[in-house]
Design a protein around this ligand. Structure first.
Ligand SMILES: [Zn+2]
Length: 163
């Protein structure tokens, strides 16, 4: 047999698995495979490889599946909690700003009176007023920073349920 016949057989073997071949091509291929051990071996090897690929099922450990589901649920819960906390933080920031603006004149007067009573310089009692007025915001900022550092620790895999 010539090389062209083997080449045609190889093309038909491959095409038969992909898109199928016409009935005359099928007849020609069967006749060729009956008389050509090399092409028949190639066709059998192709069949076996395809069969093993089709029957190969990917099995995943159920423990891995349940652990992944638990992680996804935990992360979704954490995101919902963070959203609620952020909402509460914005409300408290707004209230804090309103209360701070409303009480600033009273605080100013009280600290000025105290400064006059204790006979401290103007700069000192203005500094005390600034510290008193900024203390709540500083405290909230510190709490937020602390919570963030805790959250990043959790993100890095230090969760209690993983241990
Ligand atoms: Zn052949």
């Amino acid at each position: 047999m010539n090389a062209e016949a083997h080449e045609r057989a190889c093309r038909l073997i491959d095409a038969n698995h992909v898109e199928g071949i016409s009935a005359p091509d099928q007849e020609w291929l069967e006749a060729h495979l009956a008389g050509c051990p090399a092409c028949a071996t190639r066709a059998k090897v192709n069949d076996r490889v395809l069969q093993s690929l089709r029957s190969n099922k990917v099995s995943i450990d159920p423990a891995v599946v349940s652990a992944t589901q638990a992680r996804v649920r935990w992360r979704a819960h954490q995101l919902r909690e963070n959203q609620a906390r952020l909402h509460a933080l914005w409300i408290s920031c707004g209230l804090s700003w309103l209360l701070g603006a409303a009480t600033a004149p009273l605080l100013w007067e009280a600290i000025a009176w105290l400064g006059r009573r204790l006979e401290v310089s103007h700069a000192v009692w203005v500094a005390v007023f600034a510290m008193c007025w900024l203390a709540p915001a500083t405290l909230v900022g510190a709490v937020v920073a602390w919570k963030r550092s805790q959250a990043s620790g959790v993100r890095n895999g230090h969760t209690s349920w993983e241990r």
